[in-house]
Design a protein around this ligand. Structure first.
Ligand SMILES: [Zn+2]
Length: 113
């Protein structure tokens, strides 16, 4: 079996930080969007306004789930496997690679530099 390609340590930590920022921005913007749709009815009748609100919530949650999934697939620089995804389970809060235990933000070994 061919070994998975390993990204550099620095680029992996930068990518994970970028994903964290994107996720935080998404959570905040989703909360604002849902709050706006929940408080304003835009002059629509309650059944229609509720339907639109549930649709907006579904789209926000689906987008958030997609981003969490994409973030979880970031590759570990040491073992080359998905940093936070093992089989069908994911641990997005893990500060370590779920495969080899490499701590997030660890310095590259001298031979990899
Ligand atoms: Zn690893």
């Amino acid at each position: 079996m061919q070994e998975p390609e390993k990204p550099s340590y620095e680029s992996t930590w930068k990518l994970l930080k970028l994903w964290d920022q994107i996720l935080l921005l998404t959570v905040v913007s989703d909360a604002v969007i849902i709050a706006v749709f929940a408080t304003l009815d835009f002059g629509l009748e309650p059944p229609v306004a509720n339907l639109i609100l549930y649709g907006v919530i579904a789209v926000c949650l689906a987008g958030l789930a997609m981003l969490v999934g994409l973030r979880a697939m970031t590759r570990c620089p040491r073992c080359g496997n998905a940093f936070q995804l093992k089989g069908t389970s994911s641990n997005p809060l893990s500060g370590r690679c779920v495969h080899c235990g490499l701590p997030r933000g660890a310095a590259a070994p001298m031979s990899a530099r």
